[in-house]
Design a protein around this ligand. Structure first.
Ligand code: SF4
Length: 444
């Protein structure tokens, strides 16, 4: 069969990632002033990789002998270059209306599958002829094999939810294929090659109140065995030495015993790779830090979200106290592991003052990078479904984590953007200040 994997992006001068926010996507539109626009442009030109589930799905069909092609397109104008048996479209909230516009034009030519959980919450906007595939849809080919079925049998299905599968059966993604776009992340040390990688899916933590990962990947953890993961990394190391691997697990440390074993295995293999991952500060202990160093993890990313317990508690953020956060970040700094802290401004219980003190807190932590975004109620999350807020957006594409898309009791849309700009400006200037102070000390 001839299969097209179509990745549609709206026009934007900011980086769009469809692999973040559990596949709902984000758009790093960091503000409206000159400084923020330059920063957004730098991020756009520095980082790109497509949605990992989507590329894995293509890899699985390719492995089963189908003729697969990936195409990335921007804007609402798109014409098919040839005839395909089936078209898979990578869906996200951040490009949703643009994706649907193109899907409508393609319907007369081919059967379409819209891949991504967001579609299942916005069915009223999706033409009936399209089949929605949600969850961990990279397991769809395995599911078809197990039921001795094929894509033609799914033609009339309206909705397929793929939650489970055996990750040990997933193939290693051939990022070198001329079919795929070049992945890049120059902000992570400008390695020659950069590859995203996933070893665990799902998250059971209480912050599912607002987070999309448990909504898309489930609350039960799906683990790929340490043997399979280390074998895949060994192959990548041989083929692409000096690459940087970013683990895209929602919480890399979700099963601490598993993570420690994996790090030990990676370290034992002495791979010519460096790594980074996103995890929860609560799970970091001295042994884990040693193992991160042993396995050559150069950076860790974690959510802090707010400096205020009442703000975090209001949205069930699973967190540790500020004193503990400070201690752990100090230890990571001491061990020369780069730190990226994520903060969410304008949360429902925030005020302008609490946002400003969160920004000050972020600047005081000696992080290498701070990432600020704006609280976004996402369809499918418990917070959204309870409906205790008033929506304030025209298109779902605006729900990009960098706009205020709900009526906040005290903060306006304009002020939210101002706080975002202030956060980035203040953090970057705090880094410059630190750098020049360090230089001066050195010269003395
Ligand atoms: S820890 Fe919370 S924010 Fe992170 S993936 Fe899990 S539910 Fe989402």
């Amino acid at each position: 069969m001839k299969l097209l994997f179509l990745d549609i992006y709206k026009r934007s001068s900011s980086r769009i990632s469809k692999d973040t926010a559990g596949g709902y996507g984000t758009e790093n539109d960091l503000g409206d002033n000159f400084f923020a626009k330059i920063l957004s442009k730098i991020v756009k030109n520095s980082i790109f990789w497509p949605n990992l589930s989507f590329i894995q799905l293509m890899e699985e069909f390719d492995f089963r002998g189908h003729q697969c092609k990936y195409l990335k397109t921007t804007g609402e104008y798109f014409e098919l270059d040839e005839k395909y048996d089936f078209i898979f479209v990578c869906s996200s909230i951040v490009c949703f209306e643009t994706e649907i516009e193109i899907c409508k034009k393609l319907l007369k030519n081919s059967k379409l599958f819209l891949c991504g959980t967001i579609g299942t919450f916005l069915t009223h906007l999706i033409p009936d002829e399209i089949t929605l595939i949600s969850g961990n849809y990279e397991f769809l080919p395995e599911q078809l094999d197990n039921s001795k079925s094929n894509l033609y049998n799914l033609k009339n299905e309206k909705f397929i939810n793929v939650l489970k599968g055996n990750p040990d059966n997933l193939n290693i993604i051939n990022w070198n294929s001329k079919n795929l776009p070049k992945t890049k992340n120059y902000l992570l040390g400008n390695s020659r090659f950069f590859f995203p990688f996933i070893s665990t899916r799902g998250c059971p933590y209480s912050c599912r109140e607002y987070c999309t990962y448990p909504t898309t990947q489930g609350r039960k953890i799906i683990l790929e065995s340490n043997e399979t993961v280390s074998n895949k990394l060994f192959k990548i190391s041989k083929k692409f030495p000096k690459s940087h691997i970013v683990f895209r697990d929602p919480v890399f440390s979700i099963n601490i015993k598993y993570t420690k074993n994996l790090l030990k295995k990676i370290g034992d293999l002495r791979l010519d790779l460096s790594f980074s991952a996103e995890l929860h500060l609560k799970n970091i202990d001295d042994e884990l830090i040693e193992l991160f160093k042993y396995a050559n993890f150069t950076g860790l990313k974690f959510g802090i979200e707010s400096a205020h317990k009442n703000v975090r508690d209001h949205v069930n953020r699973f967190s540790i106290d500020n004193d503990e956060q400070v201690k752990i970040i100090k230890k990571l700094n001491k061990n020369k592991i780069k730190t990226v802290g994520m903060f969410i401004l304008v949360q429902p219980n925030d005020t302008t003052e609490s946002c400003l003190s969160t920004i000050n807190y972020a600047c005081s932590l000696n992080l290498n990078i701070a990432q600020f975004s704006i609280f976004t109620p996402y369809p499918g999350t418990p917070y959204y479904e309870k409906g205790n807020f008033v929506k304030n957006f025209k298109k779902f594409e605006e729900c990009n984590q960098y706009n205020l898309t709900y009526d906040h009791p005290t903060i306006s849309k304009k002020e939210a953007r101002f706080l975002l700009e202030k956060a980035y400006k203040k953090f970057i200037f705090s880094k410059f200040k630190y750098f020049f102070t360090a230089q001066n000390l050195f010269q003395r």
